[in-house]
Design a binder for this molecule. Sequence first.
Ligand code: NAI
Length: 251
Amino acid sequence: SVAPASWDRPLEGKVAVVTGAARGIGATIAEVLSRDGAKVICADIPAAGEALSETANKVGGTALALDVTADDAGEKLAEHLLERHGGADIIVHNAGITRDKTLANMDDARWNMVIAVNLLAPQRITDTLLAKGALRSGGRVVDVSSIAGIAGNRGQTNYGTSKAGVIGLVQATAPVLAEKDITINAVAPGFIETAMTAAIPFVTREGGRRMSSLLQGGQTVDVAELVSYFASPASNAVTGQVVRVCGQSLI
Ligand code: NAI
């Protein structure tokens, strides 16, 4: 049945994990999930330090130092969830990095690091949470892909490949998770104003902004609102999908 108009905290009683939550899109996802009723575990690399505790305090959640590429990242997270919350309902794989180089200058270290954070970690952590019974039935997995994984982007063969891989992962995992009544979907942001995009050269950055028909960079909240929809009961029948958040990208 259709939710009543007063149903404004659709994630009430849910436990959510957001990786890469110290800043940028992840911090806003944590904020929106919390606004919508979830208890949020904000995870980020130990070096994120103060920024991570600030996000956690802001959203009334918990901070968890977790490098998603660590061998025991899934186990550590599962243990935390089972001990403190009896498991989680929502995991948002938002942690991501770029290590841009033209293809001629791309090296193994940059390639492997980007694939490890952006593609291998979400897959391994989801697998481990399931194996340990730390993701409850009725659960939600949301992966953060990118328009670069759909359309490619100059200088980002490693990044584009990792983000395209995330889409394949989501589509391939959906039928398996459906057996456990868990959905998995991906958001594919276009150019969003964060520290990640502030670091790219001016001309490329301006170009990125103009790829949107809105002719400006997107805001982190644009992505976070879609993540919250995928995390909510409203998206019960939606799985294996990838939705672009890029103002009707011109690419
Ligand atoms: P950001 O660089 O501002 O934040 C990324 C966060 O992830 C940081 O707090 C960082 O410490 C954390 N992180 C990095 N490696 C980690 C690891 N090994 N373990 C745990 N945490 C780690 O980036 P932004 O822009 O907020 O991006 C968030 C996600 O959105 C990424 O997956 C990115 O690829 C994706 N995205 C961003 C777009 C943009 O235009 N900003 C466009 C499309 C996708």
